[in-house]
Design a protein around this ligand. Structure first.
Ligand code: F6R
Length: 254
């Protein structure tokens, strides 16, 4: 297989970029449906994918896009907060996407942040097994954290890391403080798919919007791939698109 460096797509706005990606996802879902198969979508939370989810909902409502043949696997979840907490990633996914489309509930997979400590390892192995049983991830959607994380793979995270329990970087916790109403309320740990899990997706789309992400995006694309900057490990994948608005592309040669 020919390996390509990451493709970089820059649009005038996050809405324009998200519409393009949503159209590609819709075409892929429909194509797979004509073949009678499932389309396996790796999903992210946070502010970055909100315009994408908004457009996917519009395509469902206005253009008849069905998600009945889609299987979803979310990247991550905070550990130690109830599933129905307003700040859990489960709550986010239902509010921002699942409540508004026809994705069958049994096809939804989000790491369980309420799992007992002693059960976490086998739970994570089960999450990996469920991805494999679905045939692997067709397209993984990613954002990037200011720490350089993808999923909650904080530095350092090796390229072969798998779904596991992790400690959040102080930068990540700071960025979540406003949502949680103070740093002290932000969980310290999470469950995340590993970098290795992410790199096994057949295709990856990493989005970033705004000037606040420009420096980390440039580093992730320019620096020698290393566990010290987990997003840089995407350079080794071969089928990655980095989707940016103008502000997030500030430090890239265009
Ligand atoms: C979310 C996730 C994280 C976020 C990243 C960016 O599921 O895994 O890696 O994509 O922290 O967050 P936002 O989009 O809020 O800037």
């Amino acid at each position: 297989m020919i390996s390509h460096p990451p493709r970089i797509e820059v649009s005038a706005s996050s809405d324009a970029a998200s519409k393009k990606l949503a159209a590609r996802i819709a075409a892929a879902i429909r194509h797979r449906e004509t073949e009678g198969g499932h389309y396996v979508l790796g999903l992210a939370t946070g502010s970055t994918p909100i315009p994408l989810y908004r457009e996917l909902i519009r395509l469902h409502r206005e253009e008849g896009l069905s998600f009945r043949n889609v299987i979803g696997f979310n990247l991550d979840e905070y550990l130690g907060i109830p599933a129905d907490d307003p700040n859990s990633f489960r709550t986010f996914m239902f509010e921002q996407l699942f409540d508004h489309i026809d994705l069958p509930v049994p096809n939804i997979h989000i790491p369980d942040g309420t799992i007992e400590t002693g059960e976490i390892e086998s739970y994570c192995a089960g999450y990996e097994a469920a991805i494999a049983a679905a045939g692997g991830i067709d397209l993984q959607i990613l954002g990037i954290g200011r720490s350089g994380h993808i999923g909650f793979n904080e530095p350092p995270s090796p390229a072969d890391s798998r779904t596991r329990r992790v400690t959040l970087d102080p930068v990540t916790r700071e960025d979540a403080a406003a949502t949680f109403g103070g740093l002290g309320n932000v969980p310290v740990e999470a469950i995340t798919m590993g970098v290795g899990t992410i790199l096994e997706a057949r295709e990856i789309a990493m989005m970033a919007w705004g000037a606040g992400k420009a420096a980390i995006v440039a580093k992730a694309l320019r620096e020698t791939p290393s566990p010290a900057l987990p997003a840089s490990l995407l350079q080794n994948h071969g089928n990655v698109t980095i989707i940016l608005d103008d502000a997030a592309a500030t430090y890239l040669d265009r």
